[in-house]
Design a protein around this ligand. Sequence first.
Ligand code: DHB
Ligand code: FE
Length: 283
Amino acid sequence: MAQLIGCIGTSHIPAIGGAIHKGLQQDPYWKPFFDGFPPIRQWLGEKKPDVIVIFYNDHGLNFFLDNMPTFAVGAAPEYLNSDEGWGIPSLEPLKGEVDLSWHIINTLIDKEFDIVSCQEMLVDHACSLPLKLLYPEGNYPVTVVPICINTVQFPLPKASRVYAMGKAVGEAIASWDSSKTVAVLGSGGLSHQLDGERAGHINKAFDLQFMESLLSNPEWATQFSIHELVEKTGTQGVELLMWLAMRAALTAGTSPGVRKVHSNYHIPISNTATGLLALEKMD
Ligand code: DHB
Ligand code: FE
């Protein structure tokens, strides 16, 4: 059976792509953000996952307001980047792990999650930038399964439902008939609001408590309603649901223990409080 090695949660912001393109990693504005990644790259270099399952939210690029699935699982052989345009001008396509995609789709439907399956799917900065941050040299040594969670158009799925879905994805990975190793990634958050009266809203205390909860009490954030999460973290801060799904996936299997590999938190990049966290599963 496949082996689930751990998870990585990271923020995504289109401007990161611009910074990579311009080589600004050592610039004082960007350095505290980019400096979080080398220890996680080193860990990935040791663990060498074959596949990364990516929980992310589309930003109106593949799915627009007229067609908005709550949960959508990619089942394509290749995912082309379709950014808003402020990122890296050209990003390489992500290679799909089609067999795992269908195993996840079948498992989720069997467990009564009525997801959408997508044999064609464009991905945006939320999916493509984390890969570039983790494997900056390109030519990615991993295949991917993107799983999109709606955080764009209400009604959004409840945190508890996202947690349950993430756990079911972890169970699907653990029961995949393959000798491959798999990591899960959550792309989004942490607190940020891009529009309206509270544009620029950031909640450091909540973010740090949330990151800590993923180690000690992973279901902690499921106590909050979507409106409470928006109130605390901002209209886009609710992207932290991706981290919740990612963490829930690690609870699959007989040994639920995790250890922290590395974390980083920096305010702000653009309008966002950026978080980074890698956890290793201790089986
Ligand atoms: C920003 C953050 C996001 O999560 C996003 O999807 C787009 C922009 C920002 O802070 O600029
Ligand atoms: Fe976003």
